[in-house]
Design a protein around this ligand. Structure first.
Ligand code: EPZ
Length: 416
């Protein structure tokens, strides 16, 4: 199993290009199942989760070919609607195929996608919403079997603005009979991208990016080519690497319109960050300022996916910080590793109290999930001495080539 080795304590100077968005690509790949024809999705990141989604699409009869910068999906022969257990449990986003497959074949059988280390990640909101659209759902201990005689538009209030449940509602609603209203919908930019793709294929959707999305069902969708936006979480990861290490870095092709809150927080940390013709420049020359209090929120708040990286920055800030995680119930997994590296962090329920003024020491640490793993790499870049982060495969789920990217920014990092 590959690990990542980092020589820490180096200021960063350099530039790197931001990859396509994982969390936009996955629901859009699922949406291609709705199209009785061929779709071409460009700028897809070459990461493990996209490969897992491609395997799922192939398992139901799609012909999928990977070109250099695009994935081409011919969904004309989608026949099967039961998903292979090993692929489903490997990746939670398989749940996205529920709405799309029911929209296309009127049924789906899949194992519960299962939680992961950051939380139980139930799918109750997904199932409630699909039932509102006329889907019959039978649940056994491990399996969900869903079918419909015909999807019918409805008004659905989401008790929590779940990103995935919003996406599943949209996927089931685009070909339903009548009008669907999704209330308290998620507003993440990845929802916008999914709706943009579907509208280009002929869907009738209004309100994407707001909490009220209206869908008028259509008879069918046409083949389309679409380029996914770049990844705001990868860009935020590298921007925080620049803050943590100090120096000046430039991120090319950054989706800054989706990063306003991230940029605001980076300014609070005492760095300067500005945009110049589609590139984002981050400069940190003074000490990092502590954050009196910051909580993760649904978009456009500070994203939960960057909470671990922000925690690393707070461990070396010039005072005490408080972070509150409000989205997932178990997203402080790296606290033990950061404390082993010398950090002073105490967790009480949803809040982490971070002492700051730490000189992190290099350590051998073990990644347990995607974003926490990336945060441990950033901690290694700040630490004195050498850090090894095991289980690189977790990080490969979301980052195309984190070592190459961070090397381009000036980090002394390599795969072991
Ligand atoms: C998406 O996950 C992202 N994944 C996550 O990114 C991201 O952290 C999350 O949205 C929040 O922004 C993809 O887009 C592939 P949710 P999703 O449904 O859709 C609870 C990464 O690192 N909930 O908005 O699964 C749930 O338990 C990943 O790239 C229910 O209770 O997130 C969680 O506490 C990690 N019942 C909260 O809502 C449900 O039916 C947010 O979940 C659904 C969700």
């Amino acid at each position: 199993m590959d690990s990542i080795q980092i020589e820490g304590g180096i200021c960063l100077y350099g530039q790197t290009k931001i990859q396509g968005s994982k969390n936009a690509t996955l629901p859009i790949l699922a949406a291609t199942v709705l199209i009785d024809g061929t779709s071409r999705i460009e700028n897809c990141p070459d990461i493990a989760d996209v490969s897992a989604m491609i395997n799922l699409l192939r398992s139901i009869g799609c012909i999928v070919t990977k070109e250099k910068e695009a994935i081409v999906i011919d969904a004309a022969k989608v026949v099967k609607s039961n998903l292979p257990q090993e692929e489903v449990t490997k990746m939670r986003s398989s749940i996205m195929l529920m709405g799309a497959l029911i929209g296309r074949t009127k049924s789906i059988t899949l194992d519960y996608p299962g939680g992961c280390i950051i939380g139980k990640r139930p799918v109750d909101i997904h199932l409630m919403a699909l039932r509102r659209l006329g889907v019959q759902i039978e649940e056994t201990e491990n399996t969900i079997h869903a079918w419909t005689t015909g999807l019918r538009g409805s008004s659905i209030f989401l008790p929590f603005s779940s990103v995935g449940a919003t996406e599943n509602c949209i996927l089931a609603g685009v070909c339903a009979e009548g009008v669907t209203h999704i209330l308290n919908a998620a507003r993440e930019p990845e929802i916008d991208a999914l709706c943009e793709f579907l509208i280009r294929a002929g869907a009738c959707i209004e309100g994407a990016g707001t909490t009220h999305i209206t869908i008028i069902g259509v008879d069918g969708l046409q083949s389309v080519t679409y380029r996914v936006p770049n990844d705001r979480i990868v860009a935020g990861t590298y921007a925080l690497a620049g803050v943590i290490c100090g120096g000046e870095i430039t991120l090319l092709e950054t989706p800054t319109e989706h990063m306003q809150k991230i940029m605001e927080v980076i300014r609070h940390l005492g760095a300067t960050i500005w945009e110049e013709n589609n590139r984002l420049i981050i400069r940190r020359l003074q000490t990092i300022r502590a954050l009196p209090y910051l909580k993760t929120e649904i978009y456009p708040g500070f994203p939960t996916d960057l909470q671990s990286m922000l925690m690393v920055a707070c461990t070396i800030a010039n005072g005490r910080s408080i972070i509150e995680e409000t989205i997932f119930e178990n997203r402080y997994k790296i606290v033990k590793d950061l404390c082993a590296m010398g950090a002073d962090i105490e967790v009480e329920n949803t809040k982490a109290y971070i002492g700051g003024k730490t000189r992190l020491q290099g350590k051998h640490v073990i990644a347990e999930e995607l974003r926490g793993g990336a945060a441990l790499v950033l901690a290694g870049m700040a630490a004195k001495g050498t850090t090894v982060v095991e289980n690189k495969y977790f990080i490969d789920r979301g980052y195309e080539n984190i070592c190459a990217d961070l090397s381009q920014l000036g980090s002394r990092i390599c795969v072991k």
